[in-house]
Ligand binder design. Sequence first.
Ligand code: NZQ
Ligand code: ZN
Length: 385
Amino acid sequence: MRNFDYYNPVKILFGKGKIAEIAKWIPKGMKVMMTYGGGSIKKNGVYEQVMDALQGFDIVEFGGIEPNPKYETLMRAVELAKQENVGFLLAVGGGSVIDGTKFIAAATCFEGNEPWDIVAKGARVNAALPLGAVLTLPATGSEMNSGGVITRQSTLEKLAFNSRHVFPKFSVLDPMVTYSLPMKQVANGVVDTFVHVMEQYYTFPEQAEIQDRFSESILKTLIELGPKLIHAEKPNYEDRANFMWAATMGLNGLIACGVSQDWSTHHIGHELTAFNGLDHGITLAIVLPGVMNATKIKRREKLLQYAARVWNIDTDQPDAADQAIARTEQFFNELGVKTRLSDYGVGIDTIDRIEKRFRERGDFALGGIDDVNVDNVRAILTSRL
Ligand code: NZQ
Ligand code: ZN
């Protein structure tokens, strides 16, 4: 196992009715800016629950944060937060709203001239407004991590940033608020969580037994739950609760402790969203099987561990590794997520743009391990047409 530092200060308020408790965790007298997305919270009762819980606080609202939150939109929120002298941010929504709010928190306190540098150049974040979150879509893990992914409309760039200053002070995970999710978003969330785990697990054996078995338990839970969630006639509380916790555990840093990681599927996926607007989860379902195929020789040992422990495949069979890759793709398909670029009308022109962009950025290894790199990204994507 490698050396590691682990720090996670996020208070989790999990379960039915927990939104009612948020006022306890917001400093009294703070002006609160409540941020949200395109309006789903106004249709499913979450907005009212939050407003009831915040009685007595001075509240400013900022709605309209779009999926794959845009820098241009978020900078309007930064202006508003400064104008109104906001002291606390409350993100109510999915990963996009939470990520966007993390950026607002950092950009409001940013001392440099160009807040985009936080994302594009990794400019140092020395302070941020404190924030809390009410999660409405299990998927990204943003509710319990210190990362965010922001898109710049004018340049079609989608990039991640990270700062310990943007860990939420608390996050509410009430499975009931997921009942209004369209099935497509449930499927995206299952795929996103699955791929987060894979990016932290599918590398090399490093004798990190706890982390490996945690990862495998999340993957197996998703394999069991995914089809149940998608095919249920009506939402089942326990299934939603397990899904919500799986998504949070998938990307809160715990399973990444002491192991190698490879985030290439995400990095390639972000480009597909930037250029073609594909949902985040969909891009991952397309790219992961290609990445697994391209790395299956170098990472054979871990792939066989995955095959045996996650899919119960007999690894004495010569094609066990290929079976594991096929089962992974089939799982995404069973959730109703199509896994080919051509299913979404994406062709060679996008592959050209993506390869060019990675070359311009000059990073050789796309996600941390050099078996997925600027020289084979074209082949990986072409194999997914
Ligand atoms: O905007 P509203 O009206 O709220 O509707 C949203 C949006 O249209 C809807 N929705 C959310 N909760 C709902 C609901 N509809 C009905 N009922 C509910 N309870 O779902 C749509 C998608 O929401 P979004 O927040 O975009 O989805 P998700 O949570 O999948 O977030 C995706 C973003 O997170 C980034 C992605 O790149 C993408 O930008 N990621 C962030 C990560 C992180 N911070 O650690 C890691 C991830 O890998 C990911 O990259
Ligand atoms: Zn993701």
